[in-house]
Ligand binder design. Structure first.
Ligand code: ZN
Length: 267
């Protein structure tokens, strides 16, 4: 069928050019219902928009898209304004505390105020330091190496991290986010792990989710392992995993037994 919306040459169609394919029809309905939902959620909404009036629906949808675009530009400006914090870390502007990683690696200068706003745990440590005289000018995060600490600080200052650093340090960052109560980093790491879950990293993700008590991630990783038992259980990684995590190995065994039983019962 020649669709008057998605064809590349709409002008060759015969007037009144009102044929529309199923994909465009569904798409148009979805856009209008999404816009209506957005309008209905607005405070002080006087319900000008009716989903039965499709012309009005499209006018509103376009208005909404423009508003979103403006909002995006505003947020981008705000983000680049806030990036001043990352520069303060990078160029060590007025730093007032040294953060020490493990293994006697060199410390990294940072800012007490920023650390206190990002983590409830750092805040407590810094608050209790102020009672002491003289003030303790260091915090030691012995479980992180220098590179991991650098990535943690970069995230705390800028709210994001380059892809290569995320891939390399996501597990240690997830554990640090849990330990130092940094919810935004917890969510960030969870999303990255869920997005990259595969046969070669499922055991690592299960281990990290257990350490961080992240039930959603743990359940997803466990289900993935059960559905890909052959690839995972016969890998060399599984031997080391089972020795280190006997309780998780029990979980995997039970879950895969249930899976086999349910399959047999046709559930
Ligand atoms: Zn179409």
């Amino acid at each position: 069928m020649d669709c008057s919306i998605c064809t590349s040459l709409p002008y060759i169609l015969r007037p009144p050019r009102n044929t529309i394919c199923a994909a465009c029809y569904e798409g148009a309905r979805s856009i209008i219902s999404l816009t209506s939902k957005h309008e209905n959620e607005k405070p002080n909404n006087n319900n000008l928009l009716s989903s039965s009036n499709s012309n009005k629906g499209f006018t509103n949808a376009l208005k909404w898209v423009k508003e979103m675009k403006e909002m995006e530009e505003e947020l981008n400006e705000k983000i680049s304004y806030l990036e001043g914090f990352a520069a303060a870390l990078k160029d060590q502007i007025h730093t007032d505390i040294q953060i020490i990683p493990g293994n006697n690696e060199p410390s990294i200068p940072a800012h007490r105020a920023l650390l206190a706003t990002r983590s409830a745990i750092f805040r407590n440590v810094l608050d209790s330091d102020e009672c002491k005289a003289p003030a303790n000018q260091t915090i030691t995060l012995a479980e992180l190496n220098h590179e991991e600490l650098e990535s943690l600080l970069e995230f705390l200052y800028s709210g994001s991290l380059p892809k290569e650093k995320v891939e390399k340090h996501v597990y240690s960052l997830a554990i640090a986010a849990d330990k130092y109560e940094i919810p935004f980093l917890q969510k960030f790491c969870e999303n990255k792990m869920l997005g990259s879950l595969n046969s070669s990293n499922a055991l690592d993700i299960l281990e990290v989710s257990d350490t961080c008590s992240n039930l959603n991630l743990k359940e997803t990783a466990l289900n993935f392992i059960v559905r890909n038992m052959e690839d995972i259980v016969f890998s060399a990684r599984f031997d080391a995993f089972a020795l280190k995590n006997p309780h998780l190995t029990v979980h995997i065994t039970r879950a895969s037994f249930m899976e086999i039983r349910n399959r047999k019962l046709g559930l």
